[in-house]
Write a new protein. Structure first.
Length: 219
């Protein structure tokens, strides 16, 4: 598989990365591919540029190459989120405290706590679970409380509605059950969390949700 930004690689029959996992299809019909790629994105892989870096590429930004695909997993692995649970809880706690410290001012939280850099370095699976966890805890919020006319505000409101509806349908359900899916909220959270061009939108969405949700208690 090759990335569309690697225009120099269009003629390489074996692509520039090996597919090792995939997820989807998402509601828009797209997929996400986990690839093993070379350290230097601008050069062909080889002994001096080994495929030692993992990344997630959306299907719309990648060109398939059937000779570079191994043991693809078609299902969502439960262990994926189980292994990351401490990171998910810690990041959610940090976002909740950060937004509270600046009186729910998202832009100030960006600057004061350096959240965009942290969010960009966070694995998309963890970003997705933080969005879901925050949505669950903010499920009682009203549109007026979220109070943002931005795209992030619309996402946040949609997530609270997803969570509220799920809670009504599963009266004995809890955060763990909601975050595990599968349901529309998880698909939406995945779409947002894996979209690298909208990192600030997904971060703002998480902060808006966290502004209406209490951070988890210290263990």
């Amino acid at each position: 598989m090759s990335h569309i930004n690697q225009q120099w690689a269009r003629s390489l029959p074996d692509g520039t990365a090996t597919v090792i996992d995939r997820k989807g299809p998402w509601p828009d019909g797209s997929w996400e591919y986990q690839v093993l790629a070379a350290c230097d994105f601008a050069r062909r892989s080889g002994p001096d540029n080994p495929e030692s870096r993992t990344a997630w590429w959306p299907s719309w930004a990648a060109t398939p190459s059937p000779t570079k695909e191994i043991s693809v997993n078609d299902s969502i692995r439960n262990s994926e989120t189980e292994d990351a649970e401490p990171e998910i809880v810690s990041l959610h706690r940090l976002l909740a405290r950060a937004i509270a410290a600046v009186d729910n001012n998202v832009q100030e939280a960006f600057v004061v706590f350096g959240l965009p850099s942290l969010w960009s370095l966070t694995r998309p699976e963890v970003r997705r679970q933080v969005l879901l966890l925050a949505a669950w805890e903010a499920r009682s919020a009203t549109a007026a409380e979220l109070g943002s006319p931005t795209s992030a505000g619309q996402y946040a409101w949609a997530f609270t509605q997803y969570a509220s509806s799920w809670a009504e349908q599963h009266p004995d359900g809890d955060a763990e059950g909601f975050c595990a899916g599968p349901h529309s909220a998880r698909h939406a959270a995945s779409s947002l969390a894996f979209e690298r061009d909208d990192l600030l939108v997904s971060l703002e969405t998480a902060l808006l949700l966290c502004s209406r949700a209490a951070a988890p208690e210290e263990s």
